[in-house]
Design a protein around this ligand. Structure first.
Ligand code: SF4
Length: 413
C-alpha cells in the first residue's frame, strides 16, 4: 500500500462540488471534493478524499485500473491500521488468522470503511473479529458437502441439470462469512489440464443445460482467461445458459471495463449473479458498474446472506432491495447464513428471516422480494421458506392469511 502523505495527489482537478454529511461517512471531516468522471472512469467525492489521504501518489488512471486495485489491496494488519483504528477484538483476530480465510480489502472498498467504528456493517463484512476464531459444534468446514459432489476438480454436480464450476479461489475482498472459506484464498489453482477435464465432464453430461461459473470470484481473472473459459463452455451445444457469480461490482467496480463487457457479450445468454449485503455498498461506482452490465444485456440478480447486526432488519433490507432495483439488479435469493466455522457471530434465527420476508411481502413491490432459502446442511440443496400464510388446507378449500392479517378462502377444485 502506497501511503506517502507528503505529495499532492495527481488527480484532483476542477469538478462539480458535492458534500458529505454523516459522521460515519468516510471522509466526513473534509466537506467538499471535486468529482471526476470520464466515460470509463469514476472517482466519487468520497474516494477522492480517501485517495488524497491514503494513496497520494496514485493517479486517477491507476485508481481506476482494477489491476492496480488488486496490487494495492490491504492484506496486513499494518496496512489496515492506516485506514481504521482497530478494536481489540479485531487485533486479536488479525493476529491469529494463520491458515484461515485471509484478510483482503481493495483500496476502493477500504474507502467505504475508512474512519468507521467497529460496528460499521461494511467493516464487519471484511474485517475479522475474535469470535471468528470460535467453532461451534454445529459448524462444519464444508457444510454443503460440495467436495463430496465434485466428480472432477472445479466441478460440483449436485442438481440434475446444472453444475457449479469454481474456476478460481481468489477474490478481490474476502467476506468473513464466506461459505467456501475452507477453499477460497488458498493457493489451489486449476491448471490447463484441470480446465480441460472440467470442460470434458460438462461435454459428456448432456443433461447439463446451465453452468454457474463461480469461485472465488471469476472476475478477478484476466480477460483472456475468462474468454477461454466462456468460449469452451459456449461451444458445448447442450449448455443453454451460463451464469457468472461475482461480488466484483461491489468490491472492485473498476473491473467492469468496456473491454470486459465486449468479451462477455459474445456468450449470451449470460446471467450475472451478484452478491450484496448492505445498502451502503451501492455507491456511485457500483451503480455505474451495474449499469454497464445491464446495458450489456446481462440479466442481473442479487444474492444476500442474512447477517446479524448487518442486515437483519426490515428497514435495512427494504432499502437494499429498493436500491438494487434502481440499478437494475433483481433481488434473487436471501440466504440463511451457512454453518461454517466461526459464523455464530453472523448467524440470526430463522424466525428473524421469516419476519423480514413478512415485513416485505405486500408492503413493497414483488420485484423487491427475494426468495428466502436455507442451503440445507449436508448438501440437501436450497429449500425455500415462507411465513405462515396458509391457515388451513383441506380437500375443499385453502384458507389463507394475507399481509394485513385478513383471512381469505380459495376453493380447491
Ligand atoms: S466474494 Fe464470494 S467467494 Fe469471495 S469471499 Fe465473498 S462470499 Fe466468498
Amino acid at each position: 500500500m502506497n501511503a506517502n502523505n507528503n505529495e499532492a495527489s495527481a488527480f484532483l482537478g476542477e469538478g462539480r462540488l458535492t458534500g458529505c454529511s454523516s459522521d460515519e461517512e468516510p471522509g466526513a471531516e473534509t466537506m467538499f471534493f471535486p468529482q471526476i468522471k470520464t466515460p470509463d472512469q469514476l472517482v466519487s467525492n468520497r474516494n477522492a478524499d480517501f485517495i488524497r489521504r491514503n494513496f497520494p501518489l496514485a493517479t486517477v488512471d491507476q485508481w481506476n485500473d482494477w489491476r492496480w486495485q488488486l496490487r494495492n489491496s490491504i492484506t496486513t494488519i499494518e496496512d489496515l491500521r492506516k485506514i481504521i483504528r482497530l478494536s481489540e477484538k479485531e487485533i486479536m483476530a488479525l493476529n491469529n488468522l494463520k491458515g484461515r480465510l485471509p484478510l483482503r480489502v481493495t483500496p476502493y472498498f477500504a474507502s467505504l470503511i475508512y474512519n468507521t467504528r467497529s460496528s460499521n456493517p461494511l467493516r464487519r463484512i471484511v474485517v475479522p473479529v475474535v469470535e471468528e476464531l470460535l467453532q461451534m459444534p454445529e459448524e462444519k468446514t464444508d457444510p454443503l458437502h460440495e467436495q463430496l459432489s465434485s466428480p472432477v476438480k472445479g466441478i460440483v454436480h449436485r442438481y440434475p441439470d446444472r453444475v457449479l464450476f469454481t474456476v478460481t479461489q481468489v477474490c478481490s475482498a474476502y467476506c468473513r462469512y464466506c461459505t467456501r472459506s475452507h477453499s477460497v484464498g488458498k493457493l489451489d489453482k486449476l491448471g490447463k489440464n484441470d480446465f480441460e477435464k472440467a470442460f470434458e465432464y460438462i461435454r459428456n453430461h448432456t443433461e447439463v443445460r446451465d453452468v454457474l461459473i463461480s469461485g472465488g470470484d471469476p472476475l478477478t481473472m484476466s480477460d483472456e482467461m475468462l474468454d477461454y473459459i466462456l468460449r469452451n463452455i459456449r461451444e458445448i451445444s447442450h449448455v443453454e445458459i451460463i451464469r457468472i457469480g461475482t461480488r466484483v461490482p461491489v468490491v472492485l467496480p473498476q473491473r467492469i471495463t468496456n473491454k470486459l463487457i465486449t468479451i462477455l457479450k459474445k456468450y449470451h445468454p449470460l446471467f450475472i449473479s451478484l452478491h450484496f449485503s448492505h445498502p451502503d455498498e451501492i455507491t456511485q461506482e457500483c451503480g455505474e458498474a451495474c449499469t454497464k452490465l445491464a446495458d450489456g444485456g446481462f440479466p442481473l440478480g442479487s444474492q444476500t446472506v442474512l447477517l446479524k447486526g448487518i442486515n437483519d432488519d426490515v428497514k435495512v433490507m427494504k432499502e437494499l432491495f429498493h436500491k438494487l432495483l434502481m440499478i437494475r439488479v433483481r433481488p434473487y435469493y436471501l440466504y440463511q447464513c451457512d454453518l461454517i466455522p466461526g459464523s455464530s457471530n453472523f448467524r440470526t434465527s430463522v424466525k428473524k428471516g421469516l419476519e423480514i420476508i413478512k415485513g416485505l411481502r405486500g408492503f413493497t413491490s414483488g420485484y423487491a422480494i427475494p426468495q428466502y432459502v436455507i442451503d440445507a446442511p449436508g448438501g440437501g440443496g436450497k429449500i425455500p421458506l415462507l411465513p405462515d400464510y396458509v391457515v388451513e388446507h383441506t380437500g375443499e378449500k385453502i384458507v389463507l392469511r394475507n399481509y394485513k392479517g385478513t383471512i381469505c378462502e380459495y376453493p380447491e377444485i
